[in-house]
Design a protein. Structure first.
Length: 208
């Protein structure tokens, strides 16, 4: 579904209702279920909820292009809430959090680390992806720090170096889980020392 076709297809009544329900404290899943039951158009109901949450239309289109919207085809009338729960689980309703310069660099380093891991279970990959979108960089770092690279395909030197650089920046940023980040960073540094890199090590920003 094209970004602008999807956005333009959402009628004002559905969008207004979605805004009102969300502002009243209703969960996105409940709002989707109500709209889907009322209109019978599950795809546009999902679009309405996403737009009402403030997710930019191109982002919504990208999520639909990755198959998130196709989840609706797996359910039947009366299963609107269950469908919404699955949509939420895969991240369709996740509101992206803008990152500052340091946050962007941390996210880049964590993405580099994930790419050097040598593969991971799909559930773990989805969780990391959702945390990246929501700007939950500390949780993303701690999750990766607890994960060992796969022996066959991993690049451990790159992995631990990138995580160490990301941990340094998180501490500079004043992470709320400072003690936990410090412990994880010490372990990342220890493992990085065990896997010296022959190439360039990721360099952390020296921004305050």
């Amino acid at each position: 579904m094209d970004a602008w076709d999807g956005a333009a297809g959402v009628d004002s009544a559905s969008l207004t209702l979605a805004h009102e329900r969300l502002e009243a404290g209703c969960a996105p899943v409940a709002v989707f279920a109500e709209l889907a039951a009322r209109t019978g158009d599950w795809h546009l109901s999902a679009w309405a909820v996403c737009l009402a949450l403030g997710i930019p239309a191109p982002d919504v289109a990208g999520r639909f292009a990755r198959g998130m919207g196709d989840i609706a085809t797996e359910f039947h009338p009366g299963e609107e809430e269950l469908c919404g729960e699955v949509m939420e689980t895969v991240g369709l309703f996740d509101v992206p959090r803008p990152l500052d310069e340091r946050g962007t660099e941390i996210a880049r380093l964590l993405t580099t680390a994930a790419g050097a891991l040598g593969g991971m279970p799909s559930g773990h990959a989805l969780t990391l992806s959702r945390r990246r979108v929501r700007g939950e960089l500390t949780a993303m770092f701690l999750s990766l720090a607890r994960t060992l690279p796969r022996r066959e395909r991993a690049r451990p030197a790159e992995y631990w170096a990138a995580l160490s650089a990301a941990g340094d920046l998180l501490l500079q940023a004043g992470s709320g889980d400072r003690s936990e980040v410090e412990r994880a960073l010490q372990e990342c540094r220890r493992r990085a020392a065990e896997h010296p890199s022959n190439g360039e090590r990721p360099v952390a920003s020296d921004a305050d």
